[in-house]
Design a binder for this molecule. Structure first.
Ligand code: 3PG
Length: 387
């Protein structure tokens, strides 16, 4: 795959697909992590003398409708501050426009265009016609085969990977393809069903798989313990058992919590109670791992050569159920291992516990990060191999 860094962009019309899909409230960006991660690419393209266009989706508007609630204008406002002005929004661009008049032109939300999500060829050709070089830099959207991520790369005169995409692939490759061992993966979150493929794929790859959050509840139930009113998936108990056996055969048993923190309703106000895993009552809901479990998991993390983290191990947004996730975050922060974290909730936890500078690589991908962990090919990356 060709890299933007290696290309001559002087005087060329360069179209970069970024993932500027950030949360917006009252017309302002509320979390700028993805924009910050995209800035070095923009600056490099400008330094290389490109005539620059950026494109992205934002949210999930009804396709083909220009809904102002999903406009990229707040992102343009942000970029104007970050780049000292010269950034404009283009709303009418599909049939060509005068791109040289601004320092950076941001094309309005690609999902306002009919055919974007279905990877329509006519639309992809229209994007391709706008540029001399297409740069795919949206790792967070690389799992989507859509006109602005996939189709355009087929038809552009030249297509390459941007620096952010390259860095993401390199970091993930380092963690999973040729890791320093032991390789430890922490998979938390609420449901086994949404992460089953990830768990299956990782179970065969890692030296130690740690499960947390609602996912762990299904594993606790699989061991025959009462989980009370906790979120768990009864139908997936056989899967949990199979994964535990597979891990055992692979010499890395999946540790099931020995103590848990419970509440009686999903609320910020519910009091926390620490219980042994075999003492959960019918009215209880498990919301976090207990300190004994956290200590045991921290010891595993301490010995790791590589750590992959996706998903919190408790309802950390309520402080009384955040200690388990905090303990794991601190163990990752203290570790010398190569560590990588990804996924929306995980990044919120990284933020809350202030370990941003202590994680080796923080991915901008949510769904794309998960699909990579599942071992799937990312279509918008694969298409860059076209020549
Ligand atoms: C994300 O936020 O995971 C990406 O930007 C992809 O967004 P989508 O799930 O709406 O395609």
């Amino acid at each position: 795959i060709r890299k933007m860094q290696d290309l001559d962009l002087q005087g060329k019309r360069v179209l970069i697909r970024q993932d500027l899909n950030v949360p917006v409230k009252d017309g302002a960006v509320t979390s700028d992590a993805r924009i910050r991660a995209s800035l070095p690419t923009i600056k490099l393209a400008l330094d290389k003398g490109a005539t620059l266009m950026l494109m992205s989706h934002l949210g999930r508007p009804t396709e083909g409708e220009s809904d102002p609630a999903f406009s990229l204008q707040p992102v343009v406002d942000y970029l104007n501050k970050a780049l000292d002005g010269g950034v404009v929004l283009a709303t009418d661009y599909l049939n060509g426009f005068d791109v040289s008049s601004a320092k950076v032109t941001v094309l309005e939300n690609v999902r306002f265009n009919k055919g974007e999500k279905s990877d329509d060829e006519t639309l992809a050709k229209q994007y391709a016609a706008l540029c001399d070089v297409f740069v795919m830099d949206a790792f967070g959207t690389a799992h989507r085969a859509q006109a602005s991520t996939h189709g355009v790369a087929k038809f552009a005169k030249e297509a390459c990977a941007g620096p952010l995409l390259s860095a993401e692939l390199e970091a993930l490759g380092k963690a999973l393809d040729n890791p320093a061992r032991p390789l430890v993966a922490i998979v938390g979150g609420s449901k086994v069903s949404t992460k089953l493929t990830v768990l299956e794929s990782l179970a065969g790859k890692v030296d130690q798989l740690i499960v947390g959050g609602g996912i762990a509840n299904t594993f606790i139930a699989a061991q025959g313990y009462n989980v009370g009113k906790s979120l768990f998936e009864e139908s997936l108990i056989p899967e949990a058992k199979r994964l535990m056996q597979a891990a055992k055969d692979n010499n890395g048993e999946i540790p099931v919590p020995t103590d848990v923190v419970t509440g009686t309703e999903f609320s910020e106000l519910t009091p926390a109670a620490l219980k042994a895993v075999d003492s959960v009552d019918d009215a209880d809901m498990i919301f976090d791992i207990g300190p004994e479990t956290a200590k045991a998991l921290a010891a595993i993390i301490k010995k790791a050569g590589t750590i992959v983290w996706n998903g919190p191990v408790g309802v950390f947004e309520f402080d009384q159920f955040g200690e388990g996730t905090r303990a794991l975050a601190m163990a990752i922060a203290d570790s010398d291992a190569f560590s990588i974290a990804g996924g929306g909730d995980t990044l919120a936890a990284v933020d809350k516990y202030g370990i941003e500078d202590k994680v080796s690589y923080i991915s901008t991908g949510g769904g794309a990060f998960l699909e990579f962990l599942e071992g799937k090919t990312l279509p918008a990356v694969a298409i860059l191999d076209r020549d």
